[in-house]
Design a protein around this ligand. Structure first.
Ligand code: GRF
Length: 210
């Protein structure tokens, strides 16, 4: 019997900044440990370093600017349309700092994923690492979840704990959280590529099949 060859998962990646998580996805694809194709990168900022990373990897980039976001709904519609034209099956948010609204969420139901640098539902929001550190938690971590209209509240797909070491500066914790992200995100996208992730319609909990 011959093994079934699976087509790589077509994904679009949304970024706003450094794009180190985008880079990690690119690297895992190149190493052959992630069966995906990034067909489009959308950047909410013209000066995001992630744009260079995408270009270097030969990935088309849609660059949005402040004016484009003056009308949030029009901006989201434009992004949704571009992702559809690119053939994206999933939308992968990687440090994207703009609202993802109904235009994208309805075009990709339970197919928009986000990465959050804390163990949700704790420390939601844009300063999660700092907030967890300042609170004094002993364990924080990384969460990958489906995005929905409730910011940082969508069904959780996977979490990776990261211990806070005694007396360590926040920069050291940040570094270890980013390392955890760079491992966990490609792993989760690979699970999506294998079709192993589903959301239970009744409980809205995520199930990972073997
Ligand atoms: C990551 O820490 C992610 O969890 C958060 O924004 C950061 C993005 O980093 N949402 P990068 O642009 O991928 O380097």
């Amino acid at each position: 019997m011959t093994a079934q060859v699976q087509e790589p998962l077509n994904i679009g990646v949304l970024i706003s900044g450094s794009g180190s998580n985008l880079q990690s996805l690119i690297d895992h694809i190149e190493e052959g440990t992630l069966s995906a194709k990034i067909s489009l990168v959308v950047s909410s900022r013209p000066d995001a370093y992630g744009i260079e990373r995408a270009k270097k990897a030969g990935i088309p980039v849609l660059v949005m600017n402040r004016e484009a976001y003056a009308d949030t709904s029009a901006a989201n519609q434009r992004i949704a349309d571009a992702l559809k034209v690119a053939g994206a099956e999933y939308v992968v948010m990687a440090g994207y700092m703009r609202m993802v609204t109904a235009e994208i969420l309805n075009a990709f139901p339970d197919r928009v994923v986000n990465l959050h640098p804390a163990l949700l539902p704790s420390f939601k929001g844009a300063h999660a690492i700092e907030d967890a550190y300042n609170f004094g938690v002993k364990v924080t971590g990384v969460t990958v979840h489906f995005a929905n209209a409730d910011y940082d509240k969508g069904p959780i797909i996977a979490q990776q704990p990261v211990e806070v070491r005694e007396g360590e500066p926040i920069e050291a914790l940040e570094e270890r959280i980013h390392s955890a992200e760079h491992e966990l995100y490609p792993h989760v996208i690979q699970l999506l590529a294998e079709g192993r992730v589903s959301v239970c319609p009744e409980t809205r909990k995520v199930r990972i099949s073997n």
